[in-house]
Design a protein around this ligand. Structure first.
Ligand SMILES: NC(=O)c1ccc[n+]([C@@H]2O[C@H](COP(=O)([O-])OP(=O)(O)OC[C@H]3O[C@@H](n4cnc5c(N)ncnc54)[C@H](OP(=O)(O)O)[C@@H]3O)[C@@H](O)[C@H]2O)c1
Length: 379
C-alpha cells in the first residue's frame, strides 16, 4: 500500500488526483490532505478518504475541520504535512506558495507528482540541490511536461534535436490583437479545452503559461532553451513532440484530461491496466500546428526572455505574473496590461545568481512590489 499526501486537494489538480485515487484504493492510501480555505470540500474529502492528517492554510477556519484527523494549520502546518513520511506527494497547490512545501517534502517521500510549475520556474537550483541523494524523484503531471517525460524514454537526450511544446492557443487564438484591449475577466476565464484554477487559466489565455512550461522543461529535463519550441495546436491531443537527431518525430497523444498524466505518474514505471479515457483517433477531424503570434501574446516572448536571462529572472517573472494576474482578476488592470507590467518589472531587474530560499523570497517580494509601481505607469 502506497501512502499518498495530496497538497491542494480542493483545487482542480487535487480533485482530479482524488478521482484517480478513488479508483485505485487497493494500491494507494490517502494519508494527508491540504487545502487553502475551502473547508467544506476538505471536510467532504476527509469523510471519503479518512486520511490521518489534514492541513488548512487559512488558520481562521481550522476549527471547522471535522473528522478523526490530526489537524495542521497555516503555511507552517502545510509544510509539516509535506514533511510526513510518504510514498507519494501530489503537489497541486497553485502559485509560488507551493515552493516551500515542495522543498519540505523532498527527502521525506519517494515520489513527487508535480503539477505546480511556478516552484520549478522560481527556484530550480534550490530544488535540484535538495533532490540530490534525497531518495525523492519528481514525475511531472503537467500534461506537456508529463508528455516530455514519456518522450524522453524513447529518445536519449544526446540524440534529441528539438522538443515542441504544444499550446491550445487559449480563448483568444482567433481574436484580433486590438480586441484584446477589451477582454472581460469572464472571457479570459473561459478556456476552450481545460477546466483549471483561475491563475493558470489566465496564464493560458496570455500564453505566459507556455513560457512557464518552456522553463519547466528546460530545468526539469536539462534541455537547452534553444532546443525547445512552442507550437500552437488547438485540438490539444498532442501534448508535446520530440525530434531526434535523425529527423524521427515522436508525439505524445492523450485526451485532454489531467487524470491521465496523474494516473501515469502514480503507476510509472508500471502502466495501469485501467484506461481513464481512450483517445478515439477516428474522432479527430484534423490536427493543426501553428506558429505562435508573439506580437499578439507578448507575455510568451517576455517569459522566454526571462528564461534566457536566468538567475533570479524566472522567479521575478513568475512572481510579477502572479501579482499581475491577481490584479487583473480583481478588475484593477486590463488583460493587455498584464504583459506591459511584466515588461516593466523585467526591465528594472538585474538578474543575479541565488543559493538560498531566503534570497529567492527577497526577489519574489521585490517583484511583487515592482508590479504595484509598474501598474501606475501602464496605459
Ligand atoms: N488545473 C490543471 O489542469 C493544471 C494543469 C497543469 C498544471 N497545473 C498547475 O497545478 C497547480 C494547481 O493548479 P489548479 O488549477 O489545480 O489550481 P486551483 O484549482 O486554484 O487549486 C489550487 C489549490 O491550492 C490551494 N491553495 C491556494 N493557495 C494556497 C496557499 N497559499 N497555501 C496552501 N494551499 C493553497 C487551494 O486551496 P483552496 O481552494 O481550498 O483555497 C487549492 O486546493 C498550478 O501550479 C498550475 O499551474 C494545473
Amino acid at each position: 500500500m502506497n501512502k499518498v499526501i495530496v497538497l491542494g486537494s480542493t483545487g482542480s489538480i487535487g480533485k482530479n488526483a482524488l478521482a484517480v485515487l478513488r479508483k485505485n484504493k487497493s494500491r494507494f492510501k490517502v494519508i494527508g490532505l491540504s487545502a487553502g480555505g475551502n473547508v467544506s470540500l476538505l471536510n467532504r474529502q476527509i469523510a471519503e478518504f479518512s486520511p490521518d492528517y489534514a492541513a488548512l492554510q487559512d488558520e481562521s477556519k481550522v476549527k471547522r475541520i471535522k473528522g478523526k484527523v490530526k489537524v495542521f494549520s497555516g503555511s507552517q502546518g502545510i509544510n509539516a504535512l509535506a514533511r510526513m513520511k510518504s510514498d507519494v506527494v501530489i503537489l497541486g497547490i497553485s502559485g509560488i506558495a507551493a515552493l516551500e512545501p515542495l522543498l519540505e517534502c523532498i527527502g521525506n517521500t519517494r515520489r513527487v507528482l508535480l503539477a505546480n510549475k511556478e516552484s520549478i520556474v522560481s527556484a530550480w537550483p534550490l530544488i535540484k540541490t535538495k533532490l540530490k541523494n534525497s531518495g525523492t524523484e519528481i514525475v511531472p503531471v503537467d500534461s506537456e511536461a508529463n508528455a516530455i517525460f514519456q518522450l524522453l524514454l524513447g529518445i536519449k537526450k544526446r540524440f534529441l534535436n528539438k522538443i515542441y511544446i504544444t499550446a491550445s492557443g487559449g480563448p483568444f487564438l482567433n481574436w484580433n490583437r486590438k480586441d484584446l484591449a477589451k477582454v472581460k475577466i469572464s472571457q479570459a476565464l473561459k478556456h476552450p479545452r481545460w477546466k483549471m484554477g483561475k491563475r493558470i487559466t489566465i496564464d493560458s489565455a496570455s500564453l505566459v503559461n507556455k513560457g512557464f512550461e518552456v522553463m519547466e522543461a528546460h530545468f526539469l529535463f536539462g534541455i537547452p532553451l534553444d532546443k525547445i519550441e512552442v507550437v500552437i495546436h488547438p485540438q490539444s491531443v498532442v501534448h508535446s513532440l520530440a525530434e531526434a537527431s535523425d529527423g524521427c518525430l515522436l508525439a505524445s497523444f492523450f485526451s485532454p484530461d489531467m487524470r491521465i498524466p496523474i494516473n501515469y505518474a502514480l503507476y510509472y514505471p508500471d502502466i495501469s491496466n485501467t484506461p481513464l479515457k481512450r483517445l478515439d483517433l477516428y474522432s479527430l477531424e484534423k490536427l493543426e500546428f501553428l506558429r505562435p503570434d508573439f506580437k499578439k501574446f507578448p507575455g510568451l516572448k517576455l517569459a522566454l526572455e526571462a528564461a534566457m536571462q536566468a538567475g533570479t529572472a524566472p522567479a521575478v517573472f513568475a512572481a510579477a505574473d502572479e501579482e499581475a494576474v491577481r490584479l487583473f482578476l480583481e478588475g484593477k488592470i486590463s488583460f493587455n496590461q498584464i504583459p506591459q507590467v511584466l515588461r516593466r518589472v523585467l526591465l528594472k531587474h538585474r538578474p543575479v545568481k541565488f543559493s538560498s530560499y531566503k534570497e529567492i523570497l527577497f526577489w519574489i517580494d521585490w517583484a511583487k512590489q515592482k508590479v504595484a509601481e509598474a501598474c501606475r505607469m501602464v496605459s
